[in-house]
Design a protein around this ligand. Structure first.
Ligand code: HEM
Length: 493
C-alpha cells in the first residue's frame, strides 16, 4: 500500500509537471488548447476523429497564426512560415513523427538522416522526371483506356467512380513501378485493394506518440485487436509482394530495354559517387511508393470529380475549354494527348486541378520539422527555440481567409485566372515544399490531368445525388467519405 506521503508526493509531481509544461516550457508563450500543451494524446484523439485539419483550422481562427497543438509542437497557418519551415536547408530536419513510417528500413519519405536522404534522392530523382516518365506514357494510356472500357460497360447504369479510380491508380502503380499486372480493375473487388489508408493511420498514430516508439511497434503484434492484426497481416503481405516483384526484376536479363520505375532505379547511380541502390533499398522504396502514391492520387481525382459534378459553372467552363482546345475525338480509344504542354493548352482544367488541391488537399497530415539550428530560428516573425517541432498542415494554410478570401471554402477555379488578383501556386502545399517535397508529383500530375481530360471529354457525367454534401475524412491522408455514384453518357461527337 502507498503511504499518504507517497500519494502526496506523486500528486505534487503531477501538478509540477502540468504547471511546468503549461507555464514554464520553452513553448509556453504560444497559445493553444490546455490539453494539447500537456500530452501527445490530444493529437492522437484528433487523428482518431478523422477531422484533425478542420479542428486545427478552428483553433487557428480562435488563437491566431500559431497554435501550440502538442507539448512540443507548433502549427502555423501563414504563407510566411513556408520558407523557414520547409526551405531553410539544414536549420530544420524531419521530426521523430516520421519514425512511425520507417518500420523496417529507412525510405525516402521517412528517413530523418539528411545526408542519407540527399544521397538517396540524388540516386532516385531522374526516375521521376517528366523526361523519364514520358517514356512510360503508354502505361498511363493503357490504364486509362481500361478505365474507359469499364465505364463504357456500365452503359446508363450508375457506378461508383471513386472505386474505379482506386482500381485505376493501383493498377497504374503496379505497372509503372514493377511492370506487374495487379488486376484490380479486372476483378473490381474492393477487397483486392490493400488497406493503404489504414497503413497511413497506423504510421501517424505511431509517429504522434514518438516517446513510445519502438515499444509500440514491438507491442502491436501482441495486441489482440482484430483490425490491428488484420492490418499488420496485410502490411506484411504487401511488403512480401513488393519484395517478390523486386526480386523478379533483379533476376531478369539486363539486356532487354525496360521502361518502369524499378528498372530505372536498378540503373540509377549517385551522380556524385556512382553508388547503386541495393535490392533491399529498392524494395523498401517501392513499398513506400505504393503507400504514398496510390490513395493520394485516386483520392485527389475523386474529390476533383466531386467538385465538378456539384458545380455547374465549373463543369460548363471545363466542357467548353476541352471542346475547343483539345483536338481529340470524344469517343473511341484513340491515343491520348501527350502530357508535355497539355497544362499550357488547358488553363481552365489546370485551374480546376489547382483549386481542388487547394480546397480539399489529400495529404493532410502535419509535416513536422524539428528546429536544429542552435539558438532557434524566426518563423513568421516569432522566435522559435531549438528542439521545437514546427509544421504547416496544408489544409489549414489553404483555408486561411486572409490569403484566399472569405470564400475559401468554395471550389472556384476562376480565382486562379483573375488577372487582378494574382495568386501564387507556391502558396499551396499539396505536394509539400523544399528538398523533401513529393518525388512522385509528376506521376500524380500526369494521372490527374490525363484522367480528367479523357473522362470529361468523352462522357457527360452526372452525380446520382446532386445535393450530396461533401464530407472528407482524414487519417493523415484524406478521402471523400462514402462512394461517388455517377452515371456516364457518351458525349455527342
Ligand atoms: C496526388 C498525389 C500525391 C500527393 C498529394 C502527394 C503528397 C506528398 C507530400 C505532401 C509529400 C511531402 C511530405 C513531407 O514533407 O513530409 C510527399 C512526399 C513523398 N511522396 Fe508524394 N504525393 C502524391 C503522389 C505520390 C506518388 C505517385 C509517389 C510515388 C510514386 C509519391 C511518393 C512520395 C515520396 C517517396 C515522398 C518523400 C519525398 C522525400 O522526402 O524526398 N507521392 N508526397
Amino acid at each position: 500500500m502507498l503511504s499518504i506521503y507517497s500519494i502526496l508526493l506523486l500528486l505534487g509531481l503531477f501538478v509540477v509537471t502540468i504547471v511546468r509544461k503549461r507555464w514554464f516550457h520553452p513553448l509556453s508563450k504560444f497559445p493553444g488548447p490546455f490539453l494539447a500543451s500537456q500530452t501527445d494524446l490530444w493529437r492522437v484523439y484528433h487523428l482518431w476523429t478523422r477531422r484533425m485539419p478542420e479542428n486545427l483550422i478552428k483553433l487557428h481562427e480562435k488563437y491566431g497564426p500559431i497554435v501550440r497543438y502538442g507539448p512540443n509542437d507548433l502549427s502555423f497557418h501563414g504563407v510566411a512560415a513556408i520558407n523557414p519551415i520547409y526551405k531553410s536547408g539544414r536549420k530544420v530536419s524531419k521530426s521523430n513523427f516520421y519514425d512511425g513510417f520507417t518500420t523496417f528500413h529507412p525510405n525516402l519519405f521517412g528517413m530523418r538522416d539528411e545526408e542519407l536522404h540527399a544521397k538517396r534522392r540524388r540516386q532516385m530523382a531522374h526516375s521521376f522526371s517528366v523526361a523519364s516518365l514520358s517514356q512510360m506514357e503508354s502505361i498511363f494510356h493503357r490504364r486509362i483506356n481500361h478505365l474507359v472500357d469499364v465505364i463504357d460497360s456500365y452503359g446508363p447504369r450508375p457506378f461508383d467512380l471513386k472505386e474505379l479510380l482506386a482500381y485505376y491508380t493501383y493498377d497504374l502503380m503496379g505497372e509503372l513501378i514493377f511492370n506487374a499486372e495487379f488486376g484490380s480493375m479486372a476483378a473490381q473487388d474492393p477487397d483486392n485493394l490493400p488497406p493503404i489508408n489504414e497503413h497511413i493511420f497506423l504510421g501517424c498514430m505511431y509517429g504522434m506518440l514518438p516517446s513510445l516508439l519502438p515499444y509500440s511497434m514491438q507491442l502491436a503484434p501482441h495486441i489482440p485487436l482484430p483490425w490491428l492484426q488484420d492490418l499488420l497481416k496485410s502490411r506484411k503481405t504487401l511488403r512480401d509482394q513488393t519484395a517478390k516483384h523486386v526480386a523478379e526484376e533483379f533476376a531478369k536479363e539486363k539486356s532487354e530495354e525496360r521502361h518502369n520505375i524499378l528498372a530505372r532505379l536498378m540503373e540509377a547511380r549517385d551522380p556524385e559517387t556512382g553508388e547503386e541502390l541495393t535490392e533491399a533499398q529498392i524494395s523498401s522504396e517501392a513499398f513506400a511508393f505504393l503507400v504514398a502514391g496510390s490513395h493520394t492520387t485516386s483520392g485527389t481525382l475523386t474529390l476533383l470529380f466531386y467538385h465538378l459534378l456539384h458545380n455547374s459553372v465549373s463543369a460548363k467552363n471545363l466542357t467548353e475549354e476541352l471542346n475547343t482546345s483539345l483536338q481529340l475525338p470524344a469517343t473511341g480509344n484513340e491515343p491520348l494527348p501527350a502530357y508535355s504542354g497539355l497544362e499550357m493548352q488547358l488553363p481552365y482544367a489546370t485551374a480546376c486541378i489547382r483549386e481542388n488541391y487547394r480546397v480539399t488537399p489529400v495529404f493532410t497530415m502535419p509535416l513536422p520539422r524539428t528546429i536544429i539550428e542552435p539558438g532557434g530560428t524566426v518563423i513568421d516573425g516569432h522566435h522559435v527555440p531549438q528542439g521545437a517541432n514546427v509544421a504547416i498542415v496544408n489544409e489549414v494554410l489553404q483555408h486561411n481567409a486572409s490569403v484566399w478570401g472569405e470564400d475559401h471554402d468554395n471550389f472556384r477555379p476562376e480565382r486562379w485566372l483573375d488577372p487582378d488578383n494574382k495568386l501564387s501556386p507556391n502558396d499551396l502545399l499539396p505536394f509539400g515544399a523544399g528538398h523533401r517535397a513529393c518525388i512522385g508529383r509528376n506521376i500524380a500530375s500526369m494521372s490527374v490531368l490525363k484522367v480528367l481530360t479523357t473522362l470529361w471529354r468523352r462522357y457527360e457525367l452526372e452525380a446520382v445525388d446532386p445535393a450530396e454534401e461533401l464530407i472528407v475524412e482524414t487519417v493523415g491522408i484524406g478521402e471523400k467519405k462514402g462512394s461517388l455514384m455517377v452515371r456516364a453518357k457518351l458525349r455527342p461527337q
